[in-house]
Design a binder for this molecule. Structure first.
Ligand code: FDA
Length: 311
């Protein structure tokens, strides 16, 4: 990563954690409009209508109710209720989709036991409805605690109602992938969206990509149904080539992409017969998610500036 890109990423990630800015930004109508490129809406019904359209185009989804770093116990209970409402709506409408959940939205930074209790409620509901909960992965300080909770839920509810996310920028990920596969836990593999230091994470894109491919091969060798989450065409082509070499049929794994990013690629893969799931975030607390999307791609900052100037 170039020095300038690294600095602008660091600045955007710093801004993403400013509570005061979050209040201001989410109140600016022009920014809310721009954020809609990446966020399906502020309400469940707006997300549902975006998802119906994606389903009609042959894409499955994972809904995500946006919120993170929640430090108020009552607010974590509201999150559980929102996920229960969401799972009920998916069931009622026969939407092809599951849900993604963050443990810091369930109170992980406040009390790991509370987060486990809250996540358990959501997974129990998902299991009753024959659905699935993907536990998103967040910053490095919570990697181990997050995997501990996923393992506890997997032991309690069994396959296939809960899954983990691993980030290829972390040095530990190859070992985590081997261990989780041995425990038959489904994995979403992504590159990683937070800013991590050299002590725990690869700093060069080349190393992150190499590790992505190394871990992808572990996942495809495991015989489990995993998610290959990336918009990087090289990662996708290498995955397809490895699957062909191994003689895996289409449907042995799925590709996953984010709402609003590379729609052309999403549709092309579906047309070629590969399952593709779109991650669909919605809700009022979109600011940190939006800032991470800007940090991933400096060109997005220009997109925002241009649209703000246009008004
Ligand atoms: P890379 O960053 O190399 O980008 C490849 C290409 O994709 C770019 O050249 C561009 O064309 C396009 N692209 C990528 N990001 C873009 C953006 N923001 N705007 C426009 N175009 C963009 N991370 C995490 O830490 N924890 C998690 O739980 C998840 N969950 C998750 C779910 C799903 C379904 C996806 C696809 C991704 C995540 N991520 C995540 C985010 C992930 O870690 C990573 O930050 C982004 O996917 C960007 O990385 P790429 O693999 O796309 O490659």
């Amino acid at each position: 990563m170039g020095q300038a890109t690294h600095l602008s990423r660091a600045a955007l990630m710093f801004l993403s954690r400013r509570e005061g800015l979050k209040e201001v930004a989410t109140g600016v109508p022009a920014l809310r409009r721009i954020a809609r490129r990446f966020i399906a809406g502020e309400t469940l019904e707006e997300a549902v209508s975006a998802v119906k359209e994606l389903n009609a185009r042959g894409l499955t989804v994972s809904f995500d109710h946006l919120n993170e770093a929640v430090r108020n116990a009552d607010e974590t209970l509201d999150e559980v209720r929102e996920y229960q409402r969401l799972l009920a709506r998916i069931d009622q409408l026969g939407v092809r989709g599951n849900v993604s959940l963050k443990l810091t939205q369930c109170g992980l930074l406040l009390d790991p036991e509370l987060a486990l209790r809250n996540a358990r409620e959501v997974v129990a509901d998902a299991k009753r409805r024959g659905s699935f909960v993907r536990v998103d992965m967040e910053q490095g300080e919570v990697t181990q605690a997050t995997l501990d909770v996923v393992r506890a839920l997997h032991r309690e509810f069994g396959e296939p109602h809960v899954g983990a996310v691993l980030q290829s920028y972390l040095h530990r990920t190859e070992a985590d992938a081997r261990a989780l596969c041995a425990e038959r836990i489904r994995i979403r593999l992504c590159k990683g969206a937070y800013l991590e230091g050299p002590g725990i994470a690869f700093q060069d894109k080349k190393d992150v990509d190499e590790n992505y491919l190394r871990v992808m091969r572990i996942l495809l060798d495991s015989g489990l149904y995993h998610g290959i989450a990336t918009h990087d065409e090289r990662m996708i082509q290498e995955t397809l080539a490895y699957a062909r070499k191994k003689g895996l049929p289409p449907g042995a794994f799925e590709f996953q992409m984010l709402y609003g990013i590379r729609r052309d690629l999403q549709e092309r893969l579906v047309a070629e017969g590969h399952p593709v799931r779109v991650y669909v975030p919605y809700g009022k607390h979109w600011y940190p998610y939006f800032m991470r999307r800007l940090a991933e791609r400096p060109a997005n900052v220009w997109f925002v500036m241009k649209n703000l100037v246009k008004g």
